[in-house]
Design a protein around this ligand. Structure first.
Ligand code: GLN
Length: 447
């Protein structure tokens, strides 16, 4: 713990942590030490963990990167966090992120941007930017992030670490501040696939507090990491051919696919006609859900309350206008619009239909293949400020990651070398619904 506290201090300029629990972590370490001496320590004894600022941790502040939650203290602990604590993980602090997990660069945080440790002029990705940069810079062993459209995998790729998004319903969302409830997943960011598997194993499984969690048995992921045999791998032709993807990313992806072919795996290109419908579908449905989820922040029940209000209506308006940042307001407006009476069918219902089509197309795909391999992102980490003026450009960073959330499948981002300027490049492996076990074994084989 002392070592990591020093590392965090030396790297304060990265702005990865918004709060560090120094005294508490040292005290927790004492307790774990005693347990170790008695031979009673949990499986995660000594693991130093960071939490994205959207996870509730009883008695601790949680801000979701927003001003609107100022002065709010979590009254309970997220199930996923509790399970890690029960296994003797030590939580060292709360990590910076995009406001309400909306963003791909961590630039939407009310607490300032996070710097990529590989190049301080670049973003770490988002929205779990602080969580990825912290693992990248060795400020903790592992972080917990949340992934609604890529927020664990995309920053993991930009920072050269491992990011896992489990199947929807694998890990309880109880205690995770909601962005888009039918997409949100908690996922670990780690330095190895083995660590990701271990954390997944401990966090997964039924929970009385979240009715969307599956009761399916939790396999011993961490003990099933040996891959043998030949895999059937599909890849989207466009992802290695389109000039919209950076050449260095295409090269790395192609080289990996070639290596797999040479080792005797079946590797085949597929067409994915719905690829270009993924982002519009994702942004229509997630903003709709967000506009509803975020209506609870009304200036009455949580955090920021405007002092200039004259009546209830103006209290709502003023508190929300001041409390929320620009991107969150944009999404609430967009979501409210697509749900409004005159546009509901044209946008919301249509996006739901496309979601089903994508699911059907993916189901057909996974009848034929074990894994879908793709880049994680179309570029490496971009410059701070480069895309802030153009939200659509920013949304494009998620082109390869949103599919897994639209259909609910698991996907993992693992490092795959580096490109120009030594910036990390990631590769994504997506698997069938609840196919984490094979996916992790295969990712470990690729690692
Ligand atoms: N970048 C995507 C968005 O802004 C994904 C966010 C996430 O997964 N939380 O919506």
């Amino acid at each position: 713990v002392k070592h990591y506290l020093d590392r965090i201090q030396e790297n304060a300029h990265l702005n990865a942590f918004v709060e560090v629990y120094a005294a508490e972590a040292l005290a927790a370490a004492e307790v774990v030490d005693q347990k170790l001496a008695r031979g009673e320590a949990g499986r995660l004894a000594g693991l130093i963990l960071g939490l994205k600022d959207v996870l509730s941790h009883q008695g601790h502040a949680v801000r979701a990167g927003s001003k609107i939650l100022n002065s709010y203290t979590a009254p309970y602990t997220a199930t996923a966090v509790q399970r890690l604590l029960d296994a003797d993980a030590i939580v060292i602090g709360r990590q910076n992120c995009d406001e309400f997990a909306m963003g791909s660069s961590n630039e939407n945080s009310a607490f300032g941007p996070v710097l990529n440790a590989a190049d301080h002029t670049r973003v770490p990705g988002g929205s779990s930017g602080g969580s990825a940069a912290a693992v990248q810079a060795g400020l903790c062993h592992a972080s917990l992030g949340s992934d609604t459209g890529g927020s664990v995998r995309q920053p993991a790729a930009f920072c050269g670490v491992v990011g896992l998004k489990p199947s929807y319903g694998r890990i309880s969302r109880h205690g995770l501040i909601a962005y888009a409830s039918s997409f949100d997943c908690i996922g670990p960011i780690t330095r190895s696939v083995a660590d990701a598997a271990l954390l997944l194993e401990i966090m997964s499984g039924a929970d009385d507090f979240d009715s969307t969690v599956s009761t399916r048995e939790v396999p011993a992921y961490s003990e099933s990491l040996a891959w043998s045999g030949k895999a059937r791998i599909g890849y989207i032709r466009e992802s290695v051919e389109s000039t919209a993807i950076a050449p260095e990313i295409r090269e790395k992806t192609t080289a990996l696919l070639d290596r797999l072919k040479a080792k005797g795996h079946a590797v085949e290109p597929i067409e994915m006609p719905l690829l270009h419908s993924l982002l519009p579908t994702y942004y229509i449905l997630t903003t709709a859900e967000a506009s509803s989820n975020l209506s609870r922040f009304d200036g009455v029940r949580y955090g920021h309350r405007s002092q200039e209000a004259t009546d209830l209506e103006s209290l709502y308006k003023r508190s929300r206008t001041k409390g929320f940042g620009e991107e969150v307001r944009r999404r609430i407006l967009l979501g409210t619009f697509v749900l409004s009476a005159n546009y509901y069918d044209a946008y919301y219902t249509k996006a739901q239909r496309v979601r089903r089509l994508v699911r059907e197309e993916s189901e057909r795909f996974f009848k034929q293949f074990d894994f879908l391999i793709s880049p994680v992102t179309p570029t490496t980490a971009f410059k701070i400020g480069e895309k802030t003026e153009d939200p659509l450009q920013m949304y494009l960073a998620d082109i390869f990651t949103v599919q897994a959330n639209v259909i609910g499948n698991p996907a993992i981002a693992i490092p795959c070398g580096s490109g120009e300027n030594s910036l990390p490049i990631g590769i994504q492996v997506m698997a069938p619904y609840f196919g984490e076990k094979n996916m992790l074994a295969f990712a470990s084989y690729l690692e």
